[in-house]
Design a protein around this ligand. Structure first.
Ligand code: COA
Length: 168
């Protein structure tokens, strides 16, 4: 633990964020009430072909979150627990929307705790307004020209329109 991080409750919130949705932003905002510093960790998954490259997703998230000194956005590869250790995080924030989220999340929470007992996974229930949103649904709606502006930050909506125009 560095001197700067001593005594601080540091949390991570990891995901692909391809793209960031209002559901993610809701979890990020609420996570700030249970930690002093939050790292939004953008996963670089070599097995996935993302719509937006990781560096673009990082920029999109920074832009959407605006000035918030307690949030840092970083891309990471490899194990989540290794990223958590590298930033001295003790809290792993996860959002829960549905029963299937719970089924996916439980084994990861248990595995992560076995890999790094110093990291506690904390689940935040998605808000009613965002519980139906997922990045893949947003990508699909945007791809076929649907209006995604109720579900994502305006800058993300613009990025989606630009991305799919390019693909035409
Ligand atoms: N609101 C809106 N959408 C949400 C959401 C919320 N509150 N919570 C999750 N989602 C969406 C995500 O956008 C994603 O949607 P998509 O599948 O349509 O793209 C989906 O729900 C799954 O989200 P998530 O569980 O965050 O998956 P992910 O693929 O984005 O990220 C990692 C999973 C990165 C956390 C996980 O793979 C990981 O830890 N990887 C690192 C390697 C590792 O350590 N592996 C061992 C783990 S035990």
């Amino acid at each position: 633990m560095t001197t700067a991080s001593a005594g601080k409750r540091i949390a991570i919130y990891a995901g692909s964020f391809d793209p960031l949705t209002n559901g993610h932003s809701d979890i990020i905002r609420r996570a700030l009430s249970i930690c002093d510093q939050l790292y939004v960790a953008v996963a670089i998954n070599v097995n996935k072909q993302p719509l937006f490259p990781a560096d673009e997703r990082v920029v999109q998230i920074r832009r959407a979150l605006g000035e918030e000194s307690r949030v840092e956005v970083r891309a990471f590869t490899g194990l989540l627990v290794d990223f958590a250790r590298s930033v001295s995080a003790t809290i792993n924030v996860r959002g829960l929307r549905t029963v299937s989220d719970f089924e996916n999340e439980m084994p990861m929470a248990i595995m992560n705790r076995q890999l790094y007992p110093g990291l506690e996974t904390v689940f935040l229930a998605a808000s009613a307004e965002t519980a139906h949103i997922s990045s893949s649904l947003i990508r699909e709606v945007a791809k076929f020209g649907g209006n995604v502006s109720p579900f994502v930050h305006p800058s993300v909506a613009t990025a989606l329109v630009t991305r799919f125009k390019k693909a035409e």
